[in-house]
Ligand binder design. Structure first.
Ligand code: HEC
Length: 321
């Protein structure tokens, strides 16, 4: 449901609210885009665009641990969407920002720093979305990024659907994303409701398995959306898988891995064609075939070479120096 406000007031509230953060993200994206070298130079780590200087190694080698309270297709599919920049659309997507950029594994990100959006590491200004367009303010008032595993301001009670409303407004009003379908919102809320800390294990190392698991989650989500006949949901779940393939490519840098990066790109293009299949009933068999090929071929090869990739902390250190 859209917020109904008198015309003029609504426009100005949105201008001061969502539009501000969008402009700032646009600016950050522009500056960073200009700095990125085109062509065959090894792709820089996208996540470092919003990482505090000095925290690069910490961000790329470790992550907050999350123990999900459930793992059905809805929850897994929601997790995949949560980590996908195109869910947010517009300039945030161009900059590569997703929900998970601020809430890593649904937790927080103490290293998040984006000019114009953060006051210091671990903070962001999204208050305008939180207080809704009606209370949009022109203040720059970043707050600490909350850990979604902890009880917060927004009720997680499925009865009230306050969480669904909050997420919908965040996507559409704040980040200028496309209106999410009911199935996408259900999945995102199901995921957020199940985020839990892992007792005795605050942080874990980053591994290729993170991306492989996320690809499997995206596939589970795409199948679910296909069952529901939700094309937008299918396409975004496939975008989620493709985004993870891109993260893998970042870690397999250098000429020794040129063949693997080419294979990743080819698999990503295949996924794109699967996303373009018009009849959702045909999506599923195509996706199953893709996944079988991927698991038996490329995923295996990448696993075998993981120690020589930038998932290896020592090699990562050398490239960051
Ligand atoms: C730019 C960083 C950033 C991004 C991107 C982001 N968030 Fe947040 N999120 C925050 C901050 C900061 C708050 C706290 C806002 C406040 O307290 O006023 C927050 C609050 C929340 C809350 C409320 C937590 C509570 O207190 O109950 C939820 C739920 C949430 N975000 C989910 C999401 C989802 C889902 C997405 C993607 C659609 C997302 N966030 C994207 C920074 C971010």
């Amino acid at each position: 449901m859209r917020l109904r406000l008198p015309r003029g007031r609504r426009a100005s509230a949105l201008d001061r609210g969502g539009a501000l953060i969008r402009k700032l993200i646009a600016l950050a994206a522009l500056l960073l885009g200009a700095a990125a070298a085109p062509g065959t130079a090894p792709r820089a780590f996208e996540q470092l665009r919003w990482t505090a200087p000095g925290a690069e190694r910490a961000l790329l080698s470790e992550q907050p641990a999350t123990c999900m309270a459930g793992d059905d297709d809805m929850i897994r599919g929601g997790g995949a969407l949560f980590a996908t920049p195109t869910l947010l659309g517009g300039q945030a997507a161009k900059a590569g920002l997703s929900c998970a950029s601020c809430h890593i594994n649904g937790r927080d990100n103490p290293h998040f720093l984006l000019a114009g959006v953060s006051a210091g590491p671990g903070t962001a200004d999204v208050t305008n979305s939180f207080f809704s367009a009606a209370r949009g303010n022109a203040l720059f008032d970043p707050v600490a990024i909350p850990d979604l595993a902890r009880p917060g301001k927004v009720s997680r009670d499925p009865e009230t659907r306050a969480l669904e409303t909050f997420i919908r407004n965040l996507i559409v009003e704040e980040f200028g994303g496309q209106e999410p379908t009911p199935a996408m919102l259900d999945a995102l809320a199901a995921y957020v409701r199940r985020i839990r800390p892992c007792p005795g294990e605050p942080r874990v190392v980053r591994r290729l398995d993170d991306q492989l698991a996320a690809i499997a989650d995206g596939a589970a989500g795409a199948r679910l959306m296909a069952r529901r006949g939700d094309r937008q949901g299918v396409q975004l779940s496939i975008a989620a898988m493709r985004y993870q393939l891109g993260l893998v490519a970042e870690r397999y840098a250098g000429s020794v891995f040129a063949r693997d990066r080419a294979a990743l790109l080819a698999m990503s293009r295949e996924l794109q064609s699967i996303g373009e299949i018009a009849d959702p009933r045909e999506t599923r068999p195509a996706l199953d075939r893709w996944k079988r090929d991927f698991d038996a071929g490329l995923a295996r090869r990448l696993r075998g070479a993981e120690v020589r990739s930038l998932y290896d902390p020592k090699r990562l250190d050398r490239t960051l120096r």
